[in-house]
Design a protein around this ligand. Structure first.
Ligand SMILES: [Zn+2]
Ligand SMILES: [Zn+2]
Length: 428
């Protein structure tokens, strides 16, 4: 409350009153520290970009993790000038794969190509957790935030302001990750994700056990379980749950999950316990082509395949092969956005243009890599000197509920903001 006329402002270029499309600029003296520059996708799967920023004004861009809603627009800033780029090595390696893949699918709608991605990554500085990085007047530190391997929260010191951007974060122990380590920091302004700001996840161990027991039930009766899964982190999480408990039936891995697993194993220090994933990768079978693919669904076992919402990729092929037999199962372990095939299977029990009924057992499991309301409140309590909280990356209705909860808890002593895209918040 002592700083008057701070010249620092926080500009919301994306993730204002929406999930995803993260893009937040901290502005000082005409210079900008850009935190993420991601995309969302419209109903036709075309990318929607965040608000414009002039690349030459950017002191540095920090990419917090490799999900497309945090990196998808970043190469567009590297067409003619090359702002500094800061990220962990895992984030950079996985980003390359995902951006190439996005160009394959959406090339004509993108203002960049593979060469631009290479240029961007060629200018990147890899940084680890806890290192103090100076970027102009900004002092930046990446903090462990528990979301996916290599992901980071960003702690920023600028003109006597301390700002923490959590990005997507998680506060529970998963197979791949430890809980976020954000406690104890002095933070005047907190920019926090609010994806699950009004609800709580069931305890993680219960979900893992329920999943494993359900898988065993199906295979023991001679069925095959299809697990459509996001390639980044979720697929590997499922691999670990099966490997750790000594699952003895065949497990097949198909789609981009394979390449990401290799990257994760090459950066084992970013995993909570690399030995579990390494055991899974050695023991499970990687689908290398159509011969394997045709073999995979013929015997009782598990197939972990991308994409997680059944919008494409090999999971769709397996669905067609397995859906007609009640012995089999489709276990969805990822978030299912509205209008996606995965969501339709859960809600209507059908798939495809011809509304083909799914006779296989269908079940959804909550393996979220985002924290929940309890996790958010605990994180807030763990910080010192909080003056204001800026909610981003959330549905507006959920954000309102979370804002009320925080205001109640703190008797109105902390300002809570739910900015829209385009808003520029002046820090006082
Ligand atoms: Zn996100
Ligand atoms: Zn994410």
């Amino acid at each position: 409350m002592t700083r008057k006329n701070s010249r620092v402002s926080i500009e919301i270029l994306g993730s204002g009153r929406e999930v995803g499309r993260a893009a937040i600029s901290i502005n000082y003296n005409g210079r900008k520290l850009l935190l993420d520059y991601g995309v969302n996708f419209d109903e036709n799967d075309n990318p929607i970009f965040p608000g414009h920023i002039r690349p030459r004004d950017i002191e540095a861009l920090v990419l917090t993790h490799s999900h497309l809603d945090h990196i998808g627009a970043a190469p567009s800033l590297y067409v003619s000038v090359f702002p500094r780029l800061i990220a962990t090595p895992v984030t950079l390696d996985v980003s390359k794969l995902l951006l190439y893949d996005m160009i394959k699918l959406n090339g004509p709608f993108l203002p960049y190509d593979n060469a631009t991605v290479d240029d961007m990554l060629g200018h990147a500085e890899t940084r680890g957790y806890g290192e103090k990085i100076t970027a102009g007047d900004f002092e930046v530190t990446l903090l462990y935030n528990g979301h996916i391997p290599g992901s980071a929260a960003v702690y920023v010191n600028i003109d006597s302001n301390t700002i923490l951007y959590t990005s997507d974060f998680n506060t529970v122990t998963t197979k791949l990750m430890e809980p976020a380590r954000l406690g104890g920091y002095k933070v005047n302004t907190l920019i926090i994700e609010s994806t699950y700001g009004s609800s709580n996840h069931p305890p993680r161990e219960e979900t893992e056990k329920l999943f494993y027991d359900s898988v065993e039930e199906v295979v023991k009766k001679g069925g095959t379980v299809l697990v459509p899964s996001f390639s980044v982190s979720r697929g590997q999480e499922i691999m670990c749950i099966l490997a750790e408990r000594g699952f003895s039936y065949p497990v097949w891995i198909d789609g981009m999950i394979r390449q990401i697993t290799e990257i994760y194993l090459a950066h084992g220090e970013y995993l909570r316990d690399p030995s579990i994933l390494s055991k899974a990768a050695n023991q499970f079978r990687m689908v290398k082509g159509w011969q394997d693919r045709r073999k995979a669904y013929k015997k009782p076992g598990v197939i972990i395949a991308s994409a997680g919402m059944l919008k494409g990729g090999p999971s769709l092929y397996y669905l067609k092969k397995l859906a007609g037999d009640p012995k089999n199962a489709v276990f969805l372990v990822s978030y299912q956005a509205e209008g996606t095939p995965g969501r339709r299977i859960i809600e209507e029990g059908v798939y495809g243009d011809a509304d083909i009924p799914v006779k296989a057992r269908v079940q959804w499991f909550d393996f979220s890599s985002h924290t929940d309301q309890n996790g958010i409140m605990q994180t807030i309590k763990g910080l010192r000197g909080l003056e204001r909280i800026i909610l981003v990356h959330g549905d507006p209705m959920i954000q309102e509920e979370l804002a009320n909860k925080i205001k109640e808890e703190y008797d109105g002593n902390i300002e809570v903001l739910i900015p829209s895209n385009g808003e520029n918040i002046q820090l006082r």
